[in-house]
Design a protein around this ligand. Structure first.
Ligand SMILES: O=C(O)CCC(=O)C(=O)O
Ligand SMILES: [Fe+2]
Length: 383
């Protein structure tokens, strides 16, 4: 069998977690080991339903990827099985790979820039300063997003040898984490367990892995934005799987209106519900508002790398509540728009992606709230 040797990856070195005593959100921990038994699953259905119908966020542990114990696993390229085995644990390895796109030249970044405004797609680079935050200050976040089907687009040269691993990683997120969670969420609505999975298991999926690099900002920018790096928002996904990393910054808006920090847990996932799950569940599952702010003093000045999987159903799925759910019939359905004008996933994704961070916003009823109308649905931003 022919063999090839992969280039070295950069080394992503995570700093120690913050020692500051922050006001942390109290989030449930969903242990996917329990999914293996019928009793465990029954417990998880209740835990997942409770978390998603109240806070809209939880942690997932035992998702099948190792962080601390080195374990060999073979690496493949497009054509060859590679002879050398990696000793790097899987989670650390994906953070190493995540560093690659940010090191491409400016010319190459321009070549693979995402067609955000043109097609409403994040696949490729979202460069820094694309979004407006406040008072003329723009974001310092660079994304590189790869579709679940990694062959859908071309990628920067340095990333190409790692596409098989990125593909494995994306599929791991989908099959081993997303699908079990979607089954639990369907059971939580007393629906057949594959209800949501069927909407997601498709060939032309637009689900994506996003490598997200936040660069530190000037004191002036911090002041003008009140330390907000990424404005309060909900995600357009059904679920967002965020690979926990030690640099604090992510905050969620608690039901009492207070922003609370999300604490880092080594090798855990932070999972949140997005707008699409709200649409499909008649707002029973909550797409909770979250934002990213400047890290605490002991982590200031660091770049912050995120690895995130955004899950969405097929573009043709009409985003109307699953009204036959016995649970929804009991608790009632809240519609964000009438069923007959409800957008499809594709319409919502494109409209949301094109509009985000671009349009001029109107001041909402509350302080710090801005609103815009997307596809006839009110979308809110919070500062
Ligand atoms: O970087 C984070 O921790 C969160 C990012 C986020 O909320 C998003 O990209 O939608
Ligand atoms: Fe988000």
């Amino acid at each position: 069998m022919p063999s090839a040797v992969l280039p070295e990856t950069p080394r992503h070195i995570p700093p120690p977690p913050t020692k500051e005593n922050l006001d942390y959100a109290d989030l449930a921990i969903i242990d996917l080991d329990k999914y293996k038994t019928a009793e465990g699953r029954a417990e998880l259905v209740l835990d997942v339903r409770n978390a998603m119908s109240t806070v809209g966020f939880f942690y997932v542990v035992n998702h099948g990827y190792t962080q601390e114990q080195a374990r060999s696993h073979p690496i493949y390229t497009h054509f060859h099985r590679i002879t050398r085995l990696t000793e790097v644990p899987q989670t650390r390895r994906i953070f190493n790979i995540a560093e690659i796109p940010s090191r491409a030249s400016d010319d190459e970044k321009m070549k693979y820039v995402a067609r955000i405004k043109e097609d409403g797609s994040y696949h490729g680079y979202k460069l820094r300063q694309y979004w407006h935050i406040n008072a003329g200050v723009r974001d310092q976040i660079e994304h590189y997003s790869v579709n679940l089907d990694v062959t859908m687009k071309e990628h920067p040269e340095a990333l190409r040898p790692f596409l098989p691993e990125i593909s494995d990683f994306a599929q791991h997120n989908q099959i081993n984490v997303l699908f079990p969670l979607l089954r639990l969420l369907a059971l939580g609505l007393e629906l057949p367990e594959d209800t949501f999975v069927k909407q997601h298991r498709i060939d032309s999926s637009k689900e994506m892995v996003c490598f997200m690099k936040y660069y530190p900002r000037s004191i002036e920018d911090e002041e003008k934005t009140n330390n907000v790096w990424l404005k309060g928002h909900t995600d357009f996904s059904t679920l967002t799987l965020l690979w926990s990393q030690p640099i604090a910054g992510l905050q969620i808006q608690s039901p009492d209106g207070k922003w609370r920090w999300v604490k880092h847990i080594d090798n855990a996932l932070v999972v949140n519900a997005g707008e699409t799950l709200e649409f499909l569940s008649g707002c029973f599952y909550k797409g909770t508002i979250h934002r990213v702010v400047e890290p605490p003093a002991d982590q200031r000045g660091l770049t912050r790398m995120g690895v995130i999987f955004f899950a969405t159903p097929h573009d043709d799925v009409k985003l109307v509540p699953l009204a036959h759910s016995p649970v929804l019939q009991r608790v009632g359905i809240v519609r964000r728009c009438d069923d007959d004008v409800a957008p499809t996933m594709g319409e919502w994704r494109r409209a949301r992606t094109k509009a985000y961070g671009q349009t001029s916003l109107t001041q909402g009823k509350e302080e710090g709230l801005e609103e815009e109308l997307i596809n006839g649905v009110v979308y809110r931003h919070y500062n």
